[in-house]
Design a protein around this ligand. Structure first.
Ligand SMILES: Nc1ncnc2c1ncn2[C@@H]1O[C@H](COP(=O)(O)OP(=O)(O)OP(=O)(O)O)[C@@H](O)[C@H]1O
Ligand SMILES: Nc1ncnc2c1ncn2[C@@H]1O[C@H](COP(=O)(O)OP(=O)(O)OP(=O)(O)O)[C@@H](O)[C@H]1O
Ligand SMILES: [Mg+2]
Ligand SMILES: [Mg+2]
Lengths: 465, 465
């Protein structure tokens, strides 16, 4: 007979950690650096703080492949009472909002803590201080895997004598530095490309890299958006109704639509309800499940909603993208495009593309592809990424590009919901709307490159005569 | 300031359902069929019952794309008190053991229930009876997403007048049948290929397929295995020690190794402990975290453990694999190999490969690849699957194969832990030991095909004279 049991989320991800990118000491070291750096960049950028990120990897024991990873930022810090859950509870975080951020799942740092704990037994060491705080809080935390709860091994408070604010995380884990090194370095470089306003210093055994910021211009942070009617389903409606009801007396259907959804004013709400066959004054808690089902279907199908508003997005913009590409790839020619906002399933998104040519770019048999999503560099699983699919579907000879050629393509997708293929955030799924935007952006920048190549050709012909 | 919250596992997978394969009504319908069929095959095969599986898809509303999916099996049924959690609690199941099965995560059916619930509001309908049971239990269940708990909408017991045993699951969901149809049909066909002892009937709008079993021979079910010393880490040691301690008085280190681990007898335990520098009589609850760390490292590094035993595996075998391929692909020539068991990270695995040529196989520019893992057909994400990688790395002209050619390759990986790349179970990661075994198996079967092609060539030359 079968034996039944349930797993806590920590237990599930402990047993299936390869699904989150922690499959072996090479990938795990890479993923650990990623998770910490991505958290640090969110903690600064989302509050318009120019990021200063310090990454240190050092050997604790070379023969046992034990390394210490330390990442320090000047971000907004973590509130004292939130620290234990942030580091010790899987599915806990502050990124469960409709707002562009690197963090999404409330899982990242917990995976790193878990991996360190299972390979060396060491707790994570955290120091954190919020801006203007008199104190720096220092914790050592382990995860109680069976219960998915933090274990606070130690806690102390120190005077914030230097008026510091930010977070400093240290993990000791089994990690294969020599094999992971090149990918980690590439990740840091590409992070500097996509966040040229960030100052990043990286130190590892035998290597020191410094990326001072290329600009002090930092994009306006995204603000938290509202759900869009095109993205509803019955469960979301139920949750939104429960949320609205918890803070108010009887709410009408019209009020509900205006209050809760993105870009729905009185006029739009009323014309929708008229079209859908619902009285505007119906109280939302009187709705039956059949009515919710009907309403969800009609909200998805209604053609006259305003398009999702892009206030919840924070693309890099053409100027900064060109700056970042110039600095890191040192091409002879680069052009960038930031498309107007679009949306899929109610989620707003923006596609940005840059094409770089010549200079320090090596000659390649097919375009070198640097992929980014919400300013995160994606280095694995290119084979199933939508960018690769679109690029391979383009006939580049139409743009005067014959391979081998010194061609690099940079794709950047920004959204309140990146259609990642897995919790390891390595590849983007081929959502049709995103695919279409990528193709338009790629062909536009390719046309500009073609004009540049034609110009070079004409200059060359002039020279020959 | 940031707002912090935690999510239940159901909430997490509701928000990120595309990661489990439920990205849109086309994929969701496909995935729903998969999850139900895979559960039914586990419920029969693991108890050496010849599977009789009935799959029905019918329209509830063609214009709204609402379909009903029904899957019925003759398996061991689900115990009465387990039914609510089985259908209503994410991370709950009976497959958390070291034994080859299709189910692994305790998530599959819950995703289907969630998707049906959010697109139509309907609860899942379940009827189940265990062998020789006087009763058939019927439930209607929804998931309380916020709490990750089942909601039993209705329950009744009926007399088991026809002496039936098995499980019958019905879901009503938004599903794009016309777009999903070809993949679902392909999935059913390939399931019949890899489980030729299963009798499968499939009925959908405008289609009826029947796959009577090709044989009554069913492989010996796998038995639950023990963990292997090479697969330990500190957390696993802690869990195993806690488990052993809960049922015994003071357990010595030697007893612990012999009792808990795969293939460790007294003699092996003692030589390991001598090599590692531990007295065999140390009590396991006296071990400090430093000692556990040291022990885990030494257990992983010790070179003299017996290889993992394959009792927990249940490969198809060459005879049944050939039978299945002949029936479904109707080739002119087919050869199969079931490799001896191997292991990675302490998990035993077996690679099986078949190569099929000519007959009904279409002429293709590169080998047609049919991938399987623990008898599950994998139809997506071929681009990042280890089988594709190994096949593309082989120069087929060496085996007298010039493309286009009527060549199909069937790869099957069996393991107590398939290195899936995601919870949607679509691609296998490129674990070096698995990659190596696949290459050996592919080259061996390719050599046999080469001999066949040479034979055909010689016969042809004889004819010409
Ligand atoms: N360096 C940091 N500074 C400030 N807050 C942080 C920092 N690191 C983590 N946090 C907080 O802890 C939360 C949890 O982090 P974690 O990496 O586990 O999840 P996430 O970033 O929200 O999502 P993801 O799993 O996608 O990374 C974050 O949402 C953030 O609020
Ligand atoms: N048709 C069935 N007959 C008997 N038991 C079943 C059936 N369907 C589900 N179960 C039981 O319910 C459990 C949960 O099923 P579920 O599909 O959610 O997870 P799983 O099969 O264990 O793993 P996975 O998420 O990988 O599919 C199974 O482990 C099994 O014990
Ligand atoms: Mg994070
Ligand atoms: Mg299952």
């Amino acid at each position: 007979a079968e034996e039944f049991r349930g797993l806590s989320p920590a237990e599930f991800f402990y047993r299936n950690r390869e699904i989150a990118g922690f499959s072996n000491p090479v990938r795990a070291l890479y993923q650990t650096v990623r998770e910490l750096v991505e958290n640090s960049l969110d903690a600064t950028e989302l509050y318009r703080i120019l990021p200063d990120i310090h990454v240190r990897i050092s050997y604790v024991s070379r023969e046992k492949n034990i390394v210490k990873v330390s990442v320090r930022d000047n971000g907004i810090g973590i509130p004292l009472k939130e620290v234990p859950n942030v580091f010790g509870k899987v599915f806990y975080g502050s990124k469960y909002k409709l707002r562009q951020s690197r963090g999404v799942f409330g899982l990242g740092i917990k995976m790193a803590v878990l991996y360190a704990q299972m390979t060396t037994g060491s707790p994570v060491l955290v120091r954190t201080a919020s801006p203007k705080s008199k104190n720096v809080h220092e914790f050592q935390i382990l995860i109680d895997i069976t219960r998915n709860e933090p274990i606070v091994v130690s806690y102390k408070t120190m005077n914030n004598t230097r008026g510091w604010h930010g977070t400093h995380v240290e993990l000791t884990l089994e990690g294969n530095w020599s094999s992971a090194r090149s990918r980690i370095v590439e990740y840091i470089k590409r992070t500097a490309l996509i966040a040229p306003y960030a100052s990043i210093s990286f130190e590892g055994p035998g290597i020191e890299l410094s990326f001072p910021r290329a600009t002090k211009k930092i994009p306006v942070p995204p603000s938290v958006g509202k759900p869009h009617p095109r993205g509803v389903d019955i469960e979301l409606l139920k949750q939104l109704i429960a949320y609205v009801n918890s803070s108010n007396q009887a709410v009408t259907l019209e009020d509900f639509l205006v209050k809760v959804f993105d870009g729905v004013g009185r006029k739009t709400a009323r014309s929708f309800l008229k079209w859908a066959g619902y009285g505007p004054a119906i109280s939302i808690d009187e709705l039956s499940i059949e009515q919710l089902d009907d309403l969800a279907r009609k909200m998805k199908g209604y053609g006259k909603w305003r398009r999702p508003r892009p206030l919840s997005l924070s693309p890099l913009g053409e100027e900064l993208l060109v700056k970042g590409v110039r600095k890191i790839l040192k091409p002879e020619f680069v052009t960038a495009i930031t498309r107007k906002p679009s949306s899929y399933g109610g989620y707003p998104f923006v596609v940005e593309v840059a094409i770089a040519w010549g200079g320090d770019i090596p000659s390649v048999d097919r375009p070198l592809l640097l992929r980014f999503a919400n300013k995160i560099p994606l280095l694995y699983d290119e084979g199933v990424d939508v960018s690769r699919k679109v690029i391979d579907g383009i006939d580049w000879s139409v743009y005067k590009i014959k391979f081998p050629a010194p061609l690099a393509i940079i794709t950047h997708l920004c959204s309140t919901k990146i259609p990642f293929k897995g919790v390891g955030k390595e590849a983007i799924a081929d959502v049709p709307e995103v695919e279409r935007e990528l193709e338009i952006a790629l062909r536009e920048t390719a046309r500009r490159l073609k004009r540049h190549i034609s110009r070079i050709e004409r200059q060359y012909e002039v020279k020959l005569r």
